[in-house]
Design a protein around this ligand. Sequence first.
Ligand code: FPP
Length: 234
Amino acid sequence: MKIPTHVAIIMDGNGRWAQQRGLPRLLGHREGANSIRACVEACQQAGVQYLTLYAFSLENWKRPMTEVTGLMGLLESFLRERTDEMLRKGIRLRAIGRLQDLPASCYQLLRDSMASTAQNQAFTLILALSYGSRAEIVDAVQSIARDVKAGKIQIDQINDQVIGDHLYTSDIPDPDLLIRTSGEMRLSNFLLWQSSYTEIYVTPKLWPDFRTTDLHKALEDYSNRHRRYGGVAE
Ligand code: FPP
């Protein structure tokens, strides 16, 4: 079976999962946080090397304060409770996004967790936090413009590679497979540049219900795709 090197997931449907049970939205997010563990383990076992999870978008700051605070609390618990396990399992934690926007305590825990797992090589877990793809591209363009102004690079030297090198993901391969749960058919400002040739898989399952078997189905589906990158079929 052909295994993707990098899987990215839009973990959608936590709110609906809670609503269907008459529970507060935050309980949906809590259940969603529980789905992460099994998913990381299943990806690692299947031979995937990078997993990027869309955990909090730039747009998510607009949600009610109680929900934002609750999500930050879940992130803190995740970092406190899972760092040792990640260390043991050879998992390196990374994060992409405007990380300075996070509450100071969260940001510090995140930095500590990333620093302590930095030498791990078996698997890379990337959390997209306060992440927006357009903002990432804006940051990259500004940084390239500064390099041009400083004479470090000529305008006609700007190409795909240079732009990619200025994104948060500069040392991470583009995703091969993008999974979105809860049936929505959109990218929601997630890895727009990096997903140019990514295979997209949408499942109706809500993220808190997403299990190892669902991941295996997505991997199997990917395995049967023929990626052509704009060329002709072999
Ligand atoms: C989308 O569901 C999900 C989110 C906005 C947050 C995802 C967060 C987690 C899974 C848990 C916290 C993260 C970590 C790393 C511990 P939604 O609320 O948009 O669902 P809905 O569309 O059904 O309302």
